[in-house]
Design a binder for this molecule. Sequence first.
Ligand code: SF4
Ligand code: SF4
Length: 73
Amino acid sequence: MNGTVTVDASLCKGCALCIPVCPNGLLRIDQDHFNARGVHPAELHDPEGACTGCELCATICPEAAITVYRDRS
Ligand code: SF4
Ligand code: SF4
């Protein structure tokens, strides 16, 4: 099953908890941008469409900043 996620940068506190839990290493800190909280937010980097929609990242995020979409086809 394929999936994807969005990170609401305005909610992200840059704690990086989501990064090690992704089995495919698809999340990283966006070093090029700051959000209104003054931190670098997390972002998805998935050029090959490897996200499975497993929801591990969204589950661990303390700010509920990650939304998971799963392809059910
Ligand atoms: S849903 Fe799973 S595979 Fe997709 S980015 Fe989050 S932890 Fe990684
Ligand atoms: S776990 Fe949530 S708040 Fe922490 S870096 Fe990831 S998206 Fe941002």
